[in-house]
Design a protein around this ligand. Structure first.
Ligand code: OXD
Length: 309
């Protein structure tokens, strides 16, 4: 007897290995690739599905997003009773921590300048910088942000954290809410964005906010491109207030060929790869949560749809 039925609808994802993995993890369950007109399922595994999928599956009890960010999903009309569940770490937190630490360290240690000196045949030393002069501000202290803040502390950077509601993290100076937003920016030189994208956080990295970073500020965006006003970042780098940026996410992905970011000497780009969904870990987590949900047990990673994350 089938425990429940699962439908899979993920854009830009090869469905074969996911279906195979989900079937192996849930042997008594019917797992199928969604097609228009498919039979109703209990649970869905999705990434940026079309509205038609949700409209045709109004009975869904839960929707499992195979990523950490649910902004693409929450733009759609959701089935009325479905809970939305995002990946809860599933191997992403350590990747995010290593990506952000490498970006902070590469900037702080001037490793790109050393690399270009070496390419030019120059064996030159630069005066060591003081890490006290490079306080790092982490925006968003969820599962990923917390891991990033803790990893940065291992390298003894002063770390500030900003979150919507107050959070206490050992070794991290915490700021929260609108009331402490400007103080958080003024206390930070390197800014790491890990916020969820919601109507409140869209364009949050703009001329007014980025101007409040300490002189020589540096921006690392690993959340969503729509958090950042691209032209404001460029003008603050070009005016010298900011010293550069590492960007992994963009308003339009792939980044359009004519975008100024491609050629900017002070901007390092990666193609939305800071924390990839790891298939095996994700399947194990989703399957475990489906079973827990079917048994009526509480779940980690359940999204507050009204809040947006
Ligand atoms: C995610 C992402 O949200 O990869 O998981 O951006």
């Amino acid at each position: 007897m089938n425990l429940f039925r699962v439908t899979f609808c993920c854009s830009n994802t090869d469905p074969g290995p996911w279906l195979e993995g989900l079937r192996a993890a849930l042997p008594q369950t019917e797992v199928s690739l969604w097609q228009p007109g498919a039979a109703p399922a209990d649970y869905a595994v999705v990434w940026a599905p079309p509205q038609q999928f949700l409209d045709e599956q109004p009975q869904l009890k839960a929707i499992f997003n195979i990523g950490a960010g649910v902004d693409a999903l929450l733009k759609l009309r959701l089935p009325p009773r479905a809970v939305v569940v995002r990946l809860d770490d599933a191997g992403m937190a350590v990747q995010m921590a290593e990506y952000v630490c490498q970006a902070v360290i590469r900037h702080f240690r001037e490793l790109d300048t050393y690399a270009s000196d070496i390419r030019a045949g120059q064996w030159t030393f630069r005066k060591p910088r003081q890490r006290e002069d490079f306080p790092v501000g982490v925006m968003g202290l969820g599962v990923l942000g917390t891991r990033v803040a803790q990893a940065l502390r291992q390298f003894e950077f002063p770390v500030n954290g900003w979150s919507r509601s107050p959070k206490v993290l050992v070794g991290v100076r915490s700021f929260s809410g609108a009331a402490q937003w400007h103080d958080f920016l003024a206390a930070s030189r390197v800014l790491v964005n890990l916020l969820a994208l919601t109507p409140q956080t869209q364009n949050i990295l703009n001329h007014a906010t980025l101007s409040r970073l300490q002189p020589g500020g540096y921006v690392i965006n690993v959340a969503r491109g729509a958090h950042l006003v691209d032209d404001d970042l460029l003008s603050l780098i070009d005016s010298g207030h900011l010293s550069g940026a590492t960007l992994d996410v963009f308003r339009t992905e792939p980044l359009p060929p004519a975008h100024r970011f491609w050629q900017h000497p002070k901007i390092i780009l990666t193609p939305h790869t800071s924390a990839r969904t790891l298939r095996e870990q994700s399947i194990a987590q989703i399957a475990g949560k489906m079973v827990a949900l079917a048994r009526g047990e509480p779940l980690a990673g359940q999204v507050d749809v009204a809040r947006g994350y």
